[in-house]
Design a protein around this ligand. Structure first.
Ligand code: UDX
Length: 447
């Protein structure tokens, strides 16, 4: 089947590559000329395990191509996927200008039946706006061409994007058209063969499903962080509590890991956007407000612990940071807890020696000119000359480090762990002082 994808960001590129991989003929369009040139030359602008090889072999096989030409893009696919960005406005609502611009282009250039598939995360009601934008362009051209609009939100996780796309838990399709339903069924057939994962519904419910899923996951995390903060004050260990509640299948073990806050391109943005949507229909979502507030506070918990340890005297102290990406297996630092910690440390006059297995270039791009920051090539190098160590991301290579070396290299053998990677007793045995999240009374430093 012939498919066009607008937008070569995370969602667009992964969707395009995976659809081409199973045999569809895909043309990816982006207005960013530099990005398209790079893609044509086989350079992938993001770090995503497995993506590069799929792009390479589907391009070689002639099933995946890239363009900046809108007219060519609209002409190519019966299915026109919109996967452009929806960045937050100043007030937190999703900015739809890129989505509607694509919809208008489709209306301007289409000359046969098209299905416009919305894959970007968009507020409820966007399907109607997309329909109106296409229709108004067709009206200007005096054409009465048929088209359908589908909401098909994407649930992939960064770092596991290929696997999530190839083996989806569910494929949500929101549409009011039988014809579009059949086409979507055909497109996704290769991912849907062993058992039926497709769930058909109306457009608005599909749009809300995406926000509800991400907000539910963010709520689980904020809830656990709240309980972790309580555990510190009560002398309980959140890791025992986590195991204790996770064993109840109604709660489950997923997404109940406490830490120094969630980040990324989705949870913070989507919780905010849904809060905003609620407000727009005169509903004050107290729960969503709280989820966001808890997370914003949680991003400063590590700093509070470090500051308390040094009695608020951080000027000139050197803090090694392991992990800068918002989670492992990505170089993405959007809304990462590490950024909040570094900013807090700089504000207090401290110096940061930072290491991440993948996000060093990204750190250089964002904080390159920042005084008080040294970028380190290895995790060991980050420790040299540092007073203490803080951990913001649970990369595999941080899970069993050489504790003897850490203790011997740091000026003070203290670890502030924002991801609960270690057993407190183990670090004590190595003569270290260990502060983690929600692990007993000595962790609490509040008033
Ligand atoms: C998320 C959703 O999982 C995905 O379905 C959606 O399509 C996009 O948003 P992503 O942002 O890639 O994916 O990352 P995810 O793995 O969900 O982690 C998000 C954040 O939550 C990370 O900062 C992670 O550290 C944090 N997290 C996750 C926790 O703090 N505790 C947990 O138990 C799980």
């Amino acid at each position: 089947m012939k498919i066009t994808i607008f937008g070569t960001g995370y969602v667009g590129l992964v969707t395009g590559a995976c659809l081409a991989d199973v045999g569809h003929h895909v043309l990816c369009m982006d207005v960013d000329q530099g990005k398209i040139e790079k893609l044509k030359n086989g350079h992938i602008p993001i770090y995503e395990p497995g993506l590069e090889s799929i792009v390479r072999h589907t391009v070689e096989a002639g099933r995946l191509a890239f363009t900046t030409d809108t007219k060519e893009a609209v002409a190519h696919g019966t299915l026109q996927f919109i996967a452009v960005g929806t960045p937050p406005d100043e007030d937190g609502s999703a900015d739809l200008q890129y989505v509607t611009a694509v919809a208008r282009s489709i209306g301007q250039y289409m000359d046969d039946y098209k299905v416009v598939v919305d894959k970007s995360t968009v507020p409820v009601g966007t399907g109607d706006r997309v329909k109106a934008a296409v229709r108004s362009e067709l009206d200007k051209r005096g054409l009465e061409l048929e088209f359908d609009v589908v909401s098909n939100p994407e649930f992939l996780k960064e770092g596991a994007a290929i696997n999530d796309f190839m083996k989806p838990d569910r494929i949500i399709v929101g549409t009011d058209s039988e014809r579009a339903m059949e086409l979507l069924h055909e497109v996704y057939y290769p991912f849907n063969r062993s058992h039926d994962r497709m769930i058909f519904m109306d457009i608005r419910s599909a749009e809300l499903t995406k926000y509800a899923a991400n907000s539910m996951l963010a709520t689980k995390i904020s809830f656990m962080n709240e309980i972790a903060n309580l555990a510190e004050r009560l002398g309980a260990d959140i890791e025992n509590v986590r195991r204790g509640i996770g064993s109840d299948p109604r709660i489950g073990y997923h997404f109940i890991y406490p830490g120094c806050g969630y980040g990324g391109s989705c949870f913070p943005k989507d919780v905010q956007a849904l809060t905003r949507t609620a407000r727009d229909c005169d509903y004050d979502s107290r729960l969503l407000n709280a989820v966001e507030a808890v997370n914003n506070a949680q991003k400063h918990v590590l700093f509070d612990k470090i500051s308390h340890y040094f009695n608020g005297e951080l000027k000139g102290k050197v803090v090694a940071i392991w992990g800068l990406a918002f989670k492992p297996n990505t170089d993405d630092m959007r809304e990462a807890s590490s950024c909040a910690l570094m900013q807090d440390l700089w504000n207090a006059g401290a110096i940061v020696q930072a290491f991440d297995p993948e996000a060093m270039e990204e750190t250089q791009r964002i904080f390159g000119d920042q005084p008080g920051l040294t970028l380190c090539g290895t995790k060991e190098q980050a420790l040299k000359g540092a007073d203490v160590l803080a951990i913001c991301t649970e990369w595999k290579e941080f899970r069993s480090p050489d504790f003897e070396t850490i203790a011997a290299t740091l000026k003070e053998p203290v670890v502030f762990d924002g991801r609960n990677l270690y057993e407190p007793e183990m670090l004590e045995r190595h003569g270290m002082i260990y502060y983690a999240i929600g692990r007993g009374r000595n962790q609490f430093h509040g008033g």
